[in-house]
Structures are given as C-alpha cells and as structure tokens.
Design a protein. Structure first.
Length: 335
C-alpha cells in the first residue's frame, strides 16, 4: 500500500510569496484555473488571496487578477508606511519649533577652550577656513619665538586662501627683534600692522564670523565666539583701536621741542601723571617692570628731576602729558 509524499514545510509570512507559489499562480493565470488539490505545495496562494474558489466547481480555483492581488498585498505595507510618515511629521512638528529656542541660546555660540593645545587647534581650524580677513590685537612688547613660528604658519595658511591680515601691537613691539623677524617673513602686500600705546587683551577675529578672546587672566583658557552680535561688537572695538593706532612704517610722534623722550616714555609719563604705580604702567604698556623703571630713569634724566615727586611736577610743566595723549590719535585707517 503506497503513501502520499510528505510536503516540505511551508513557513513564510502571509504577505510573502515563494517560488512554488509564484509558478503555480502563473500557471493559473495562463490556464484560467487550477485544481484545488495542487495547493498542497503552495498554500500561500490562498493565504494571500491570490486565488479564489470557482463558483461553478468547488474542486477548482480561479486566479485573482495580479493588479487586484497587488493592491491587496500592498495595503498593509502602505498603511504601515503612512503611519511611520505621520509619526515622523508629528515629531518634526513637536521638536522643530524648539530649535529656535536652542539657536537663540548664546551658550551654543560660545565655546570654552581649555588648555593651549585646544586653543591652538581651534585657531588653526579657523585660520584654515578664513578667506577674507584676519584681525588680531596682541598686547605686550614681544612674543616668544615658538608663538611667532605658529603665527607665521597661520599667516601663511590664511594668505594662501586669499585672506588679508591686520595686526595691532603695542608701541614697544616696534623694538622687538622677534616681532620684526616675523614681519619680514610675511608678504607686505597681505599684511598691515599698526601699533598703539594701549590695547585690549588678546583678540583674534576671522572673516568677521568667529572670534577668540582669553577666558582667564593667565590665558590658559579662551572663548571661541560665533554669536553674530558679539562678533560684530568685537569687530567695532577692533576698528576703533585700528583708527587710533599708528602704522608700523610711520615714525612715532616725537615729544615737545627740546625734550628728547620716546613715544613709550611719553606714554609712561602720562600714566604716571594719572597716578599709576610702576607695575600697573608696565602691565598696561606690555613691558617688564625693569624696562619700565629704566624708561622712568631716563625721563628723570631728561627732565632733570631729583625725585619721583619732582618728576611728576616736571612732567606736568613740560607738556609731556598733553603730547603723550596726542600720540594715541593716529591717522585714519588705510584703504
């Protein structure tokens, strides 16, 4: 007595079609019907409603047109897609308005950079993206050689991208060998330099879109500023300093006739007349206390002062204070 062959398991989802099922469905379309007994190898045809009972003969099945079958099979997938799209839109409608609040948060436009390496990396990145102009204000009378080497590399990068450079130093930097060496290596047509008696703390501005300022007194941390209003304000501060500074190639104004004092000594005289002590004068002019006191000694010699008190009186009488104040007013900005 023979046994019927055992059909292999038919395990796939109700919205899937297997090879035997497609072959049987294709044959049903060609012939117009198939015997119900043939469904043993492909029950997915009835699961997916690809065939339906012949109303005239229950032993036969007739194929459903492919377009109707496709519409029915796609319906749950389409519904699922619609639900996901609606969910996406719902999340977008809920969260997108909040981005305005986030973008308005100034903390997102101000980044704290801690440590020399982080500061150096951020400045190099800003330099590599600059294409218009780099503005810097550098307090102090000199800068370490390593710092100037880094500055030269940054300047070369910016100039290669078409950016121009403007530097503001303090007057004593005119006598710095390191600063002069740096300036000799930067193409003159891409660089403008001016000096001023007093300046703000260190300030760097790239393409008027990002600025860097110290965040601590020891300059161990810095703020990277991208907030448009803050950057715009810092640019205005820079332009005021620039307008009052003296071009590096221009001789600093001399003192009143008959008194041989340098521009730095004039600045010291003014600050002393305002009541500043030696270390405050040195700090504001970006020079060492030793250098400051050396200039004060020369002032006493030039004016014939016998004491510091006597020096203050002679400074006022000599007109040095008025002359020193005038040296802070440089010509209009270069075009």
């Amino acid at each position: 007595m023979g046994t019927e062959p055992v059909q292999p398991p038919h395990s796939h989802g109700p919205r899937e079609l297997c090879g035997p099922g497609l072959e049987l469905y294709e044959r049903a379309l060609r012939q117009g019907r198939i015997a119900r007994s043939e469904l043993g190898a492909a029950p997915c045809l009835t699961d997916g409603a690809l065939v339906q009972a012949d109303p005239w003969d229950e032993n036969w099945l007739r194929p459903v047109p492919p377009s109707a079958a496709l519409a029915r099979l796609l319906q749950p997938l389409t519904r699922e897609i619609d639900e996901r799209v609606e969910r996406t839109l719902e999340l977008t409608r809920s969260l997108a308005p909040l981005s305005v609040i986030a973008n308005g948060d100034p903390h997102l436009a101000i980044t704290m950079l801690e440590g020399p390496e982080a500061i150096r990396t951020a400045i190099q990145e800003a330099t590599s993206q600059a294409t218009d102009e780099v503005l810097t204000a550098q307090p102090g009378s000199t800068r370490p050689r390593a710092t100037l080497r880094t500055a030269l590399d940054n300047a070369t990068t910016a100039i290669a991208r078409g950016a121009g450079l403007r530097h503001i130093y303090q007057h004593p930097a005119r006598y710095s060998t390191q600063v002069r060496e740096y300036l000799r290596q930067v193409p003159a047509e891409s660089l403008q330099v001016r000096t001023t008696e007093l300046t703000v703390e260190r300030l760097l501005i790239f393409d008027r879109t990002v600025a860097f300022i110290p965040a601590t007194a020891d300059r161990g941390a810095a703020l990277q500023i991208r907030h448009p209003a803050l950057v715009r304000y810092l640019v205005q501060v820079y332009e005021v300093l620039w307008a009052q500074a003296t071009p590096f190639t221009q001789q600093l104004p001399t003192t009143t006739p008959g008194i041989q004092a340098t521009a730095v000594q004039q600045s010291i005289a003014r600050l002393l007349s305002e009541g500043h002590v030696d270390d405050a004068v040195a700090r504001r002019l970006g020079i060492s206390i030793r250098t400051c006191r050396s200039h004060i000694a020369k002032l006493m010699q030039v004016l014939g002062a016998t004491s510091r008190t006597h020096l203050g009186v002679l400074i006022t009488r000599s007109g040095l204070v008025d002359s020193a104040a005038a040296t802070g007013k440089g010509p209009a900005p270069e075009s």
